[in-house]
Design a protein around this ligand. Structure first.
Ligand SMILES: Nc1ncnc2c1ncn2[C@@H]1O[C@H](COP(=O)(O)OP(=O)(O)OP(=O)(O)O)[C@@H](O)[C@H]1O
Length: 255
């Protein structure tokens, strides 16, 4: 199958005040593939992920230069003229800790559509069901859609957050350490889900677990001190890294 670019990070420089965090990162993100961002704590993985949905606009001391081009139209989503809210509709994000709204399961998933002004009830209902099915949660919640989301287990809440992110049919789904607060069974569930979702949506995931990166991703980017050291197919990165620093990291010599 032909490999298509979904997004392209070009020469991205980022700092919080005087603190440089990304030193000119360039990275391709391929359509319908999973890209894992790995590297020691503080190397800038989360910062890079957050740039994709303009989360950094929420920090007053954030400075950045460079581009993230969204294909096929090649619009630079970091452009000052681009509305961050529009970007957040096109690029969904799921965080480390499940963070459902204090609303019903249904309202959580319908939220993004309602914010977009969608009014047709049958459309919203269909989309809620589809998103919950994609997130592997439908069978568990279909009889209690109007009960509080906060009554779900942690793993269910995280799948609900994935369903919420999918409801607006994002072009890219960003997952920031999505299983770090979950038990091994919920973690396995989410990993299986990522395998299913990659048929429909492009995914970028930050993870501290090298096993997880190797299991779920097609491509891996290794970052170190704000630089992208090596990018390649995950098989190659984990079995035959080209850079000594990548090798040291994946063999546990630092990090
Ligand atoms: N809002 C902020 N203000 C100032 N510095 C920040 C802010 N957020 C992150 N940093 C710093 O930027 C650097 C990169 O942080 P980032 O969270 O992107 O790294 P990371 O690779 O995701 O780390 P971890 O694996 O520990 O989550 C760190 O040194 C961090 O302390």
């Amino acid at each position: 199958m032909e490999l298509k670019l979904r997004a392209e990070v070009k020469n991205l420089l980022f700092s919080y005040g005087d603190k440089k965090v990304l030193n000119g990162v360039t990275l391709p993100v391929y359509e319908d593939r999973v890209t894992a961002l790995i590297g020691p704590s503080g190397c800038g993985k989360t910062t890079l992920l957050r740039c994709f949905n303009r989360m950094h606009d929420l920090y007053p001391n954030a400075n950045y230069q460079g581009e993230i081009l969204l294909h096929p139209d090649q619009r630079n989503i970091l452009g000052k003229e681009i509305d961050p809210m529009e970007v957040r509709m096109r690029i969904g994000m799921v965080f480390q800790k499940p963070n459902p709204f204090p609303k019903s399961i249904y309202e959580n998933v319908a939220y993004g559509l309602k914010v977009r002004g969608v009014k047709k009830k049958s459309f919203i209902e269909e989309r809620v069901e589809k998103s919950l099915q994609q997130a592997g949660l439908w069978n568990e919640v279909k009889d209690r859609l109007h009960t509080p989301a906060t009554a779900l287990s942690g793993g269910q809440q995280q799948r609900l957050c994935i369903a919420r992110a999918l409801a607006t049919e994002p072009e890219i789904l960003l997952l920031d350490e999505p299983t770090s607060a979950l038990d091994p069974i919920s973690t396995r569930h989410i990993e299986e889900l990522i395998g299913e979702l990659r048929k429909d949506v492009t995914i970028a995931i930050v993870t501290h677990s090298l096993h997880q990166a190797a299991r779920v991703s097609d491509y891996t980017a290794f970052m170190y001190l704000g630089d992208l050291i090596e990018f390649g197919e995950s098989d190659q990165i984990f079995t035959n890294p080209k850079d000594r620093r990548t090798e040291n990291y994946i063999t546990g010599r630092f990090g």
